[in-house]
Design a protein. Structure first.
Length: 170
């Protein structure tokens, strides 16, 4: 008697799963996980497919692109302390989506950087302007970094400026 109740319960549970109508298995927009769960492949295949879909979705959501610079280091050579030294890095959008430079950080208060305000269309270029203003007493070999944050795969790119700072009076 117990065995027949268990079998009957199992039949009810299985029939309630809705497996008879294949149209219900088609994923609706946004139901990525349901579509993968319906796949009869092995677990590794499902995980790989899910990871691929996540990457594609992230790429579309954040409109990832690529960028290149005309140079990654600028060497000012010999400069005087308390002088203003300007440089320009040209950035080119080498991807298929607009390039949005979100933020530009500098490693020292003696350096300032100005980023492009507007997104850079694919195939176009713009400039990041940098000013190095060594303080009094900030002498000899100096190297500063400029970190550019953008909608690229690695999220950031680091640029450098170098100078040999001499005393102002010499």
């Amino acid at each position: 008697m117990k065995k027949s109740i268990i079998n009957f319960t199992s039949i009810l549970i299985l029939s309630g799963c809705g497996g008879s109508n294949d149209a219900n298995l088609k994923p609706q927009e946004g139901e990525v996980v349901s579509a993968i769960a319906a796949d009869n492949g092995n677990e590794a295949t499902r995980k790989a497919e899910l990871e691929k879909i996540k990457k594609e979705k992230l790429s579309k959501e954040f409109s990832m692109t690529t960028m290149t610079f005309d140079k990654t280091t600028i060497d000012f050579g010999k400069v005087k302390e308390d002088s203003e030294n300007k440089a320009v890095f040209t950035v080119t959008n080498t991807g298929n989506q607009p390039l949005k430079i979100d933020k530009v950080d500098v490693s020292c208060g003696c350096t300032t950087a100005k980023k492009p305000e507007n997104a850079i269309p694919p195939g176009k270029s713009d400039q990041i302007e940098v000013i190095f203003h060594p303080k009094i007493g900030q002498l000899k070999e100096q190297e500063k970094s400029i970190t550019v944050f953008a909608n690229i795969q690695d999220e950031m790119q680091i640029l450098f400026i170098k100078a040999f700072v001499e005393e102002k009076g010499k």
